[in-house]
Design a protein around this ligand. Structure first.
Ligand code: AMP
Length: 428
């Protein structure tokens, strides 16, 4: 029994799984580039205040799930691991004066996030997100563009049946009145509210709408809808987002209980779910417009919108639908040798080929040639380069393991021959 294990809620991405992640990251990066986003990195941890202000103190993420880093001395700053990327990206936007760049600024981050939550299927303490943010465009066209890019990610990743749920949560002009209406409604039903929800009623009544408590379902279903309380400007914005989605052929469903519980969020909110998998822990991704956040973190008032798509859940979804797993590519060639002891020649030839950009494995164990070739076939290498006495005249044997043929090739031509074979192999 090993005595050390990965911390609860984290997992090692073993090579097979890592390959699946890399594929998703590749799709994300390719999409981001195609849609004009620039990739950046932000630290894995920030001053705690960035999250407390940027995500909100009355949220689960900050209240319960923040991984705080214990300071070593009393006067050191208080830090926390990033539970999401938006706050850090906006902090960076403000810190580096990106308001002076041509607007909007489109930024993307791919990487691990941390939340101290009870681990369960699809919920980890370290998980991966693809995050994309457009800062400096009030929409509504860009809202649809962001949603369309998110949906395309699932299409290219091969997750079937992903649907877009959207809503408008109004803005500073219309939301306050709606919140009063909502508060009045839930207050009338205060006796039916579970304890936790009753406390939330004062602080943040919107959060009651996405309550995880099953006892709330009927009350929530009958609650006043924000869509019936939008001001004219918000209603027009929402209508235009929908028209742009329609024009791009993006199907969506309006979900009136889809909310974001913070003041700086405005208007468009959306989530991605697989049809038939719409439970609490099953959102594949989500995002929304956060027109008040740049200002809240010390910048000039700047409208913005973005999303965070969870990569772990995409891999789980792919597993569930039985999608083919990513296989790592075998080496093009294995460098083997007739003299088991002559590892010097094998390593030297392998090194030459690698310098030419070829993927080869050098057989460095002092084993008999037969065994070396057996292993090469087992790992599906296309060729074996066999070093023997011919090396004295500058030649090696090139054995095509798939065709079973073999011929003498001058060492000087070997890289070129292999590169050509590699190309026709891949294209054939
Ligand atoms: P959120 O920032 O909470 O809207 O999360 C965006 C996406 O990240 C979700 O839709 C999930 O796919 C993913 N996600 C959030 N929290 C976790 C977690 N604890 N474990 C795995 N994935 C997560």
């Amino acid at each position: 029994m090993p005595s050390y294990r990965a911390p609860r809620g984290t997992r090692d991405l073993l090579p097979e799984v890592r390959a699946g992640f890399s594929r998703l990251e590749g799709i994300a990066r390719s999409l981001a580039a195609r849609y004009g986003y620039r990739e950046m990195e932000i630290p894995l941890f920030e001053q705690t205040a960035v999250f407390e202000r940027g995500i909100g103190e009355a949220t689960d993420v900050v209240e319960k799930e923040l991984f705080r880093i214990a300071p070593r001395t009393e006067d050191s700053e208080s830090w926390a691991l990033r539970p999401e990327a938006t706050a850090g990206i906006v902090r960076a936007f403000v810190q580096h004066g990106m308001q002076t760049l041509p607007q909007p600024v489109k930024l993307t981050v791919v990487g691990p996030m941390f939340r101290y939550d009870r681990p369960q299927a699809g919920r980890y303490r370290q998980f991966w997100q693809w995050d994309a943010e457009v800062i400096g465009d009030p929409g509504p066209a860009v809202d649809a563009e962001v949603i369309e890019m998110g949906r395309r990610f699932y299409v290219e990743a091969g997750v079937p049946d992903v649907q877009v749920l959207i809503n408008s949560i109004g803005d500073a002009a219309c939301r306050p009145a709606y919140l009063e209406t909502l508060k009045a409604y839930f207050s009338r039903h205060a006796a039916e509210l579970p304890e936790l929800e009753r406390r939330r009623l004062e602080l943040n009544p919107l959060r009651l709408l996405d309550s995880k408590d099953p006892a709330m379902a009927a009350l929530v279903a009958a609650a006043p809808r924000i869509s019936d309380h939008l001001c004219e400007a918000c209603a027009a914005h929402f209508e235009s987002v929908r028209a742009h989605l329609d024009a791009c052929g993006v199907p969506y469903r309006i979900e009136s209980t889809l909310v974001r519980g913070l003041d700086y969020y405005a208007r468009t909110a959306f989530e991605f779910y697989r049809r038939g998998a719409e439970g609490q822990q099953q959102a594949l991704g989500g995002g929304g417009r956060y027109d008040g956040l740049v200002e809240l973190l010390g910048g000039r008032a700047t409208p913005a919108i973005g999303f965070a798509l969870g990569l772990d859940r995409v891999l789980l979804a792919l597993e569930e639908v039985g999608a083919e797993t990513v296989t790592e590519a075998p080496p093009l060639a294995v460098v083997a040798g007739a003299d088991p002891a002559d590892t010097v020649s094998r390593l030297r030839v392998a090194s030459l080929l690698r310098a030419e950009g070829l993927s080869v494995r050098a057989e460095l164990a002092p084993r008999k040639l037969g065994r070396q070739l057996e292993t090469a076939s087992k790992e599906h290498a296309h060729f074996a380069v066999i070093i023997g006495d011919e090396l004295a005249e500058g030649n090696v044997q090139l054995k095509d393991l798939e065709a079973g043929t073999q011929r003498l090739v001058p060492l000087a031509d070997l890289a070129r021959e292999l590169a050509r074979a590699s190309k026709s192999h891949h294209h054939g």
